[in-house]
Design a protein around this ligand. Sequence first.
Ligand code: BGC
Length: 745
Amino acid sequence: MNEKVQDIIQKMTLEEKAALCSGKDFWHITGVPRLGVEPAMVSDGPHGLRKQDETADHLGVNESIKAVCFPAGCATACSFDQDLMYKMGKALGQECRAENVSVLLGPAMNIKRSPLCGRNFEYYSEDPYLAGKIASSFIQGVQSQGVGTSPKHFAANNQEYRRMSSSSNMSERTLREIYLAGFETAVKEAAPWTMMCSYNRINGVYASENPKLLTDILRKEWGFEGFVMSDWGAVNEKIEAIKAGLELEMPGPCEDSVCQVVEAVKSGALSEETLNEAVRRILEILLKEKADASNAVFDREADHHLAAEIEAECAVLMKNNGLLPLSKEQNIVYMGGFAKKPRYQGGGSSHINATRVIGAAEMAGAHTTYVKGFDVEQDELVESEIAQAVNAAKAADTAVIFAGLPDSFECEGYDRSHMRLPKCQDELIARVANVQPNTVVVLHVGSPVEMPWVNDVAAVLCMYLGGEGVGEATHALLYGEKNPCGRLAESWPLALEHNPSFLNFPGNEDGVHYAEGVFVGYRYYDKKKLPVQFAFGAGESYTTFSYQNPVVEVKEGVITAKVEVTNTGSRFGKEVVQLYVADKTGTENRPERELKGFAKLALLPGETKCAEFTLTQRDLSFYSEALGDWFAPGGEYEICFAHSSRDIRQVKIFAFETNQQLPLTLHRNTTVGALLKHPKTAAVLQPILPEQKEEGGEASKEAITAEMIRQMFINSPLRTLRGYLNYSKEQMDDLMAKLEQALKQ
Ligand code: BGC
């Protein structure tokens, strides 16, 4: 332990220690001013600085300082660009320094289990690998400025319905592979200073008082060295929380909690040692070498441009029949209020008091005309407005409709009830597309929407919630000043009913059953071979790419994979090379393939670059509940180099060798098949099994086939061998002993 920290702990009174474990107020960590440890400010996050003054409220009713609103998580994950995320984090870190904020409350990195979750716009992806990598770079960027982060909401907080009490109930494998894996990457690769635990329960236990989550997994397995703070109001039982590994209760002041801690130590219900450990973890962070803030500036102008630049790398061109990019020579009409006043962020605790927002209509200037078409807030069909839009579309060369979800449709605090755009917008798009084949739809949404008109429009450009620079980015992409290079970080199902969580979302008052297990997003659609509207990883470009010369090599358990990619079109563009691993070993119940690498290559026309990846055994593994650990079965795997999860360009097969076996539990009812699969027990059993052959005449051969005999045999419990082999009880006991012995060797 840091000597200074040790010294401070020795000098602290019990009351001071208890007070340090609760917030000073809404946005400050208490500190120990008497001993020179100043209180420190924390602020939301995640995609901008929401610094509030004393009249604080965490849901954003009171104004915060003017700050730059960067694209929200739903957009930034689509960049598939770790360098860009580092850059965004670094800019936010500088802003925090200039404003004396010590910890930025983000990134928000929960998995998008259902498209209906009200906070999906803040979250990254349905895929834990992508979410973990994007989060890691963002954290490293912020922390490079001597400012901490707080990845949230740890863990399995995938809905807003009853978010403060619902229990997310799932198997251990599901928890590890899908809902914890992203956090694990962030902790191991980026060492966040703090973590924010979620409101919900996990398999019945509140995240804030969950020793398995906060101590066994987070600290002992992953090596987390910072402190855990509660989400605002997430502490259920204070003493249980401290014992479980939650150091800081937010917000403060929590006089009751402080008294409770003092009492608990005095009565022996909480050991002072445990409290000291919590105090130590908070102090270590508070006393971290602070970056020099004297020269830090919050350059709102530069950061606004950065926000626009980032958004241009995130937006996804979902469809293009060749109409885009537009030309300034064309007679173009823009429609929908979002063209003038884009929707660029979501409601709730992440809401930024943005510096300035310019609509795409203003950027386009005299080249375009504008008609309203529909009201962005009301879902009301106004016939005269639609008729005006239809007429304007007929008269123009191209119609660009700026559609999107109104604020009230997606927000922190509640989930969406359906996956549709407002009816007035669907109607307008259908009617305009009916008269104008050159119709483009620009989407401002935080999560997928159904698109009944998609086959009738020429192009769809999804901006997600793109931050305050979204107008500039939209303009640059529509007119080809920039080439779209975002790829979807989530699948867009054809209909809500196709989503794997559909029958179990959002659960009831007791909790929600994650019945789909690890088959979330593309893992489900691919396994079920279901068509989707737009696949995970998909996105078009104004140029084209070819993939060639794939190579995969395995040396001492490390797998290197590479592929060459060429820009075969006539424009500069960026390709996101995606690497998926497919288990071909015959292991049951694994996804078809899973993302385990991505690289964004910038390519001039005709240029070729190589995308290189390094994989480890963990990238081949699933979480085995029998082993209580990750396990990669021996056998064949495919490495798929892909443009999207549904557009695989090159495949390489390799064999993975391992001596490790899954543990076999031996008892009277272990099946013969399981015993024959395990090499150690197979060696004992195989030699004593009689040959299985079809017997009897033609008629009985038809009734009892060799395959039937084989299947019945491998599915039989061990105890049935007694009759089959004609063994005495002693012989059976002897066989059992031999099998046990073999397993021990
Ligand atoms: C949200 C957190 C946020 C906190 C402080 C909570 O309601 O869930 O994401 O950081 O408020 O505003």
